[in-house]
Design a protein around this ligand. Structure first.
Ligand SMILES: Nc1nc2c(c(=O)[nH]1)N[C@@H](CN(C=O)c1ccc(C(=O)N[C@@H](CCC(=O)O)C(=O)O)cc1)CN2
Ligand code: MG
Length: 282
C-alpha cells in the first residue's frame, strides 16, 4: 500500500482562513483577540517558533505582543510579568515558550497563568477538565493531530489507537482526546515490553517519543493511520520524525510527513485557542 499524505501545511492554511473569518466576526462585535508570548533566553529553535507565532497572529488579524526576556531572568520576574498579563484586558491568551531555563520551575510558571488565558492548555486545571470532558483549551499539538484525523475523514470511534510517548504536552493529552472520541487507547513508553507487538495492533498510531525514526514499517499494521509528532534534527542537518517515513509509508493508509505534518498545525491551533479565549469574553 502506498500511503496518502496527510498534508499539515495545506490543512493548517485552510484552518487559518477559517480563523481569519472568526477574528473579523469578533472584531465586528468589538472584541480584538490578543495573544502574549513570553520567551526567556535565546534557544534558537524557540526563537524561530516565537517569531512564527507572532507572524501567524498578524496574518489572521490577532493582536500579539512578544516579551523577550534575558536568560538570567528570575522566576519572580517572570511570574510578575505573567501576573500583569493576567490582568491585561487586551490579552486573551498567554503562553510561555518551553523549555524555560533550568533555574526556572516550569510548573510554577504554568500554574501562574490564568485558566481562562491558558491557550497552551498546559494548566493542571485545564488538563483535569480535558480528562473529565469539561470545557477546556486543547493543547495545541495534540489538537492539531485530531484535526488532521478529522480532515482526512478518519473517525477514531471503535478503532484501536496506540500512542507512543507519555509526555504531558503530547502523549497523555492526545490519548485522552482519542478516548473522548471513543477509540480504544493504549499508551506505550520507554519501559513498554515488546513495543512492536503493541504498535502492530494500532489502527491509529501516534508517535511522540522524540527518538529519530524509531518506528519502522515492520512495526505498523497494514492500512494504519500514522501520525508522527516527532521533530528530530540529525547530525547531517536532516529533519526527521519519530517514524521512518519510507518504510512506514509502504504499510500505512495515511501518514503525516516531517516536516509539514503535525508541526504546522501546532501554531494554527494556538490561533484557534486564542480566538476561543476572546470569544468567551463576548
Ligand atoms: N509553550 C509551548 N512551548 C512549546 C510548544 C507549545 O505548543 N507550547 N511546542 C513545541 C514547539 N512549537 C511551538 O511552540 C512548535 C514546534 C514545531 C513547529 C513546526 O512547525 N515544525 C515544522 C518544522 C520546523 C523546523 O524546520 O524546525 C514541521 O514539523 O513541519 C511549530 C511549533 C515546544 N515548545
Ligand atoms: Mg520520517
Amino acid at each position: 500500500m502506498a500511503a496518502n499524505i496527510l498534508d499539515g501545511k495545506k490543512i493548517a492554511q485552510e484552518v487559518r482562513e477559517e480563523i481569519k473569518r472568526e477574528v473579523e466576526e469578533l472584531k465586528s462585535k468589538g472584541v480584538h483577540p490578543g495573544l502574549a508570548v513570553i520567551l526567556v533566553g535565546d534557544d534558537p529553535a524557540s526563537q524561530v517558533y516565537v517569531r512564527n507565532k507572532h507572524k501567524a497572529c498578524g496574518d489572521v488579524g490577532i493582536y500579539s505582543e512578544v516579551h523577550r526576556l534575558p536568560k538570567e531572568t528570575t522566576q519572580e520576574e517572570l511570574l510578575e510579568l505573567i501576573h500583569k498579563l493576567n490582568n491585561d484586558d487586551k490579552i486573551h491568551g498567554i503562553l510561555v515558550q518551553l523549555p524555560v531555563p533550568d533555574h526556572i520551575d516550569e510548573k510554577a510558571v504554568i500554574d501562574a497563568i490564568s485558566l481562562d488565558k491558558d491557550v497552551d492548555g498546559f494548566h493542571p486545571a485545564n488538563v483535569g477538565n480535558l480528562v473529565i470532558g469539561d470545557e477546556c483549551f486543547y493543547p495545541c499539538t495534540p489538537h492539531g493531530c485530531m484535526v488532521l484525523l478529522d480532515k482526512a475523514g478518519i473517525d477514531p470511534k471503535g478503532k484501536k489507537a496506540v500512542v507512543v510517548g507519555r509526555s504531558n504536552i503530547v502523549g497523555k493529552p492526545v490519548a485522552m482526546m482519542l478516548l473522548a472520541r471513543h477509540a480504544t487507547v493504549t499508551i506505550c513508553h520507554s519501559r513498554t515490553q515488546n513495543l512492536a507487538e503493541e504498535t502492530r495492533q494500532a489502527d491509529i498510531l501516534v508517535a511522540a517519543v522524540g527518538r529519530p525514526e524509531m518506528i519502522t514499517g515492520d512495526m505498523i499494521k497494514e492500512g494504519a493511520v500514522v501520525i508522527d509528532v516527532g521533530i528530530n534534527r540529525l547530525d547531517d542537518g536532516r529533519l526527521v520524525g519519530d517514524v521512518h517515513f519510507e518504510s512506514a509509508a509502504e504499510k500505512a493508509s495515511w501518514i503525516t510527513p516531517v516536516p509539514g505534518g503535525v508541526g504546522p498545525m501546532t501554531i494554527t491551533m494556538l490561533l484557534k485557542n486564542t480566538v476561543e479565549a476572546a470569544r468567551r469574553k463576548c
